[in-house]
Design a protein around this ligand. Structure first.
Ligand code: URA
Length: 170
């Protein structure tokens, strides 16, 4: 299990999908390659990572073993639902002013419905029930894939803009 990490009084909570290989080994969220993209985007948006609370919708690394490699496997809705009480408890304990959902799995976990990042990013979304407002944005891992196919710079700018929108709420 990889639980959340960060300031218990954080005004911004960032929620990812699930820990990756590195996070599973170190027991901390966003300490691998996706975490480095997130760190760069937070820096560019003027957000101090130490002042945020970082967690994941699903608390364990789901993977397929291929030889020596552990290949990320997307969590199912059942995994998101099974971990939901922990996410609720984190929201209740930290009480952030705004939540950033990194990717569609996090968006689904927080809003309780399927979401499409391209259709809903770039604006504040009402939180479910009495949850704080939410900014839906791309998952940093999706940007990593664009490094080889092209489009990384544009996607990075959009991520920075979404993080800036969240920072403007606090
Ligand atoms: N991807 C996530 O969604 N969360 C992490 O902690 C690391 C990679």
């Amino acid at each position: 299990m990889v639980f959340g990490d960060g300031a218990s009084t954080a005004a911004i909570m960032l929620v990812g999908e699930q820990p990756g290989d590195r996070e599973d080994l170190e027991g901390e969220p966003f300490v691998g390659p996706a975490g480095r993209v997130l760190d760069d985007a937070l820096d560019a948006a003027g957000v101090d990572r130490d002042q945020t609370y970082l967690t994941n919708a699903v608390k364990h690394f789901r993977f397929d073993q291929r030889g020596p490699r552990r290949i990320h496997k997307k969590p199912g809705v059942a995994h998101i639902e099974a971990c939901h009480p922990w996410l609720e408890a984190e929201l209740e304990a930290v009480r952030p002013r705004v939540v950033v959902a990194l990717g569609a799995s996090a968006g689904r976990a927080l809003l309780g419905r399927p979401v499409r990042v391209t259709a809903e990013r770039g604006r504040l979304i009402d939180g479910a029930d009495d949850a704080p407002p939410l900014v839906l944005t791309a998952h940093p891992s999706a940007l990593l894939r664009l490094r080889s196919t092209g489009g990384f710079e544009e996607a990075f700018e959009l991520l920075v803009a979404d993080l800036g929108l969240a920072a403007a709420q606090v």
